[in-house]
Design a protein around this ligand. Structure first.
Ligand code: PGA
Length: 254
């Protein structure tokens, strides 16, 4: 049985006080979460990771980053390295988000470099993939997903690392209020799991977590989570408010 993951991606939202308030509001609800069933993850801006890590110290909430550099160290102004994240005990890192791919021209091979760095440093990666509306309408969703998987996972040894998470986020569903139907999402998730099975093995495919992202909210999460291959959500807008985040965690515990 795979646990469910409720991961908030705050993007470039929430200043210091808003981050602190959110954690103060969510922390008491942790007692209602069954850690054997649901994992609670939050990715604030880099600047607040350490503060939030200290705040959640003894609770189940995991704090991660929204990106990481593909470089080890050195003259890369503005970049944040894996070892910096490690030094503040960052729990996970989102890589390859479609906003990074489109605004910062990130390629599958760059994301692959980041993935390798995270694996080498024992930080749990959440690798994002997903098609554009145009690609879906052309009927090439599956092809695009498989291309992204082959690029991001080229020569990556997954067999002993089932901590890795894949997030399927159709770009047309991100921040638009449009959600893929649970059946549409399930079909892609199933194909992702088959790809893992074909390229690694059945055991890895069964263990790996595949999250859905794109306008997930309390009103639609239950149906999405009821799909066989959907193991949780990577959630933007609806994870900014503590009440709505707590509600999604509660639903995932059902
Ligand atoms: P959204 O964002 O939930 O606001 O659509 C999801 C994401 O980009 O990870």
């Amino acid at each position: 049985m795979r646990k469910k993951i409720i991961a908030g991606n705050w993007k470039m939202n929430h200043n210091f006080n808003e981050c602190v308030n959110f954690i103060n509001e969510v922390k008491p609800s942790v007692v209602d979460n069954d850690p054997a069933k649901v994992e609670m993850l939050i990715a604030p801006s880099f600047v607040f990771i350490k503060t939030l890590k200290d705040m959640v110290n003894d609770s189940q909430i995991m704090i991660g980053s929204q990106d990481v550099s593909s470089h080890e160290k050195g003259a890369y102004t503005g970049e944040i390295s894996v070892s910096m994240l490690n030094s503040i005990k960052c729990d996970f890192s989102i890589i390859g988000h479609s906003e990074r791919r489109s605004y910062h021209h990130e390629s599958n091979s760059l994301i692959r470099e980041k993935l390798q760095k995270l694996i080498d440093n024992n930080i749990r990666p959440i690798v994002c993939i997903g098609e554009t509306l145009e690609q879906r309408e052309k009927g090439i969703t599956n092809e695009i997903i498989l291309q992204q998987l082959s690029g991001c996972f080229a020569d990556i040894d997954l067999n002993n690392n089932t901590q890795i998470v894949i997030a399927y986020e159709p770009i047309w569903a991100i921040g638009t209020g449009k959600t893929a139907t649970p059946e549409m999402a399930q079909e892609v998730h199933h194909n992702i799991r088959l790809w893992i099975e074909d390229n690694y093995n059945k055991e890895t495919a069964e263990k790996i977590h595949i999250l859905y992202g794109g306008s997930v909210k309390p009103a639609n999460i239950e149906e999405l989570l009821s799909q066989k291959d959907i193991d949780g959500g990577l959630i933007g807008g609806a994870a900014l408010k503590s009440e709505s985040y707590i509600e999604m965690v509660r639903i995932a515990n059902k």
